[in-house]
Write a protein of this length. Sequence first.
Length: 251
Amino acid sequence: MTRVLVTGGGSGIGRAIAERFDAGGWEVWVTDIDADLLEGAPRHWVTHVCDAADEAGMRDVFAAVEAAGGLETLCANAGIAGPTALIEKVDLEDWRRCVSVNLEGAFLAAKYAAPLMKAAGRGSVCLTSSTAGQHGYPNRAPYAAAKWAVIGLMKTLAMELGPHGVRANAICPGAVDGPRMEGVLAREAAAKGMTREAVYAGYAAGTSMRTWVEARDIGEMAFFLASTAARYVSGQVIAVDGHTENPDPKP
């Protein structure tokens, strides 16, 4: 049985990724900082309560993965939205926490997954970036900076791991319906003096397909990237967003 580890897999995109691999017959391991979310996970999943940015915790998770026989796919998905504010109003601690979870979390997962995959001579590393990591984003400087850096990390991983038969790619979700984006909508509406509905409509209007996407769409892409159908797909930045045209949503 093939094994996948999904960080931040208790809800949202991470949960959808885990569910897709489960449906595909994979052994699913999931980490999340929220123990309550993991309580609701299927009982046959292997779950670990862990902050993705905590090295000791992540080291322990990967030690358990190694003891279980290794890892075929890593989906480093853990992330937080961070503050919604103009750059001059962003608190340094909020900046650091956002960058820590989104970037350092991906780094730590890759750091401990790499030796297992190199030893096996195969594997797929999938990092969750964002369209904010392709275009930048007003009022979201910490998040955009971290997600741009995730792409740089992925490109480097593809170069380092490729000779060992290991691929690395990044998925860039656009606006994904779900609880986390509801918080973003509320904060962005307040920051811009707009209604939640106007901001929501603006996200859709900023794509050529005039739509939001669903978490399951990200799960499908992650599953494809782990499959033999994508055996020579590496170092790629793949947006699942309906094609973002305007990174500053307006009504």
